[in-house]
Design a binder for this molecule. Structure first.
Ligand code: HEC
Length: 134
């Protein structure tokens, strides 16, 4: 009887360790988790902001990310890591993820924090525009 109890204990500890590994820092999309400060925020301007966002994007982002967000802008070619294809990123990411990244940039890459350079509205406009890219 004692052996069975110990056996069960070992089994359940093993299962707990597995669960802990599986539920760790990475999520199913492979994107970094959105920090609490940004998690769940939604675009207050709605999808109509995309047309204004097209101008924001053309003026500030297309040089690296390309006009259509494919990551093929002329200034992006020499970068390591290269700008990602935003169509692929947007397919996996929520608005909160995009808004967070654009606000705070991405450490270790050429992606700067746009907070303070662009207004909050302009950043949401850019998010709305990225949503229209195919
Ligand atoms: C100087 C070149 C450059 C400019 C200008 C630039 N980006 Fe980036 N951007 C990058 C690079 C490089 C990355 C990092 C790619 C990676 O994740 O490996 C990046 C990452 C991103 C990401 C996150 C992608 C991810 O997988 O996490 C978003 C969203 C983004 N950029 C949007 C924008 C927007 C919107 C603008 C304009 C306001 C902009 N970028 C301007 C180079 C640039």
């Amino acid at each position: 009887m004692k052996k069975i109890v110990i056996g069960l204990l070992v089994l359940s500890l093993g299962a707990m360790a597995l669960a802990a590994c599986g539920g760790g820092a990475s999520n199913s999309t492979g994107l970094d988790p959105v920090p609490a400060e940004y998690a769940g925020v939604t675009n207050p301007l709605g999808p109509d902001a995309a047309s204004a966002g097209a101008e924001v994007f053309a003026a500030n982002c297309a040089s690296c990310h390309g006009e259509k967000g494919y990551g093929d802008g002329p200034a992006g070619a020499a970068l390591d890591p290269a700008p990602k294809n935003l169509v692929e990123v947007a397919a996996q990411a929520g608005d909160d993820y995009l808004y967070w990244r654009i606000n705070t940039g991405k450490e270790g890459t050429a992606m700067v924090a746009w907070k303070g350079i662009l207004t909050e509205d302009q950043i949401w406009q850019a998010v709305a525009f990225i949503r229209t890219l195919k």
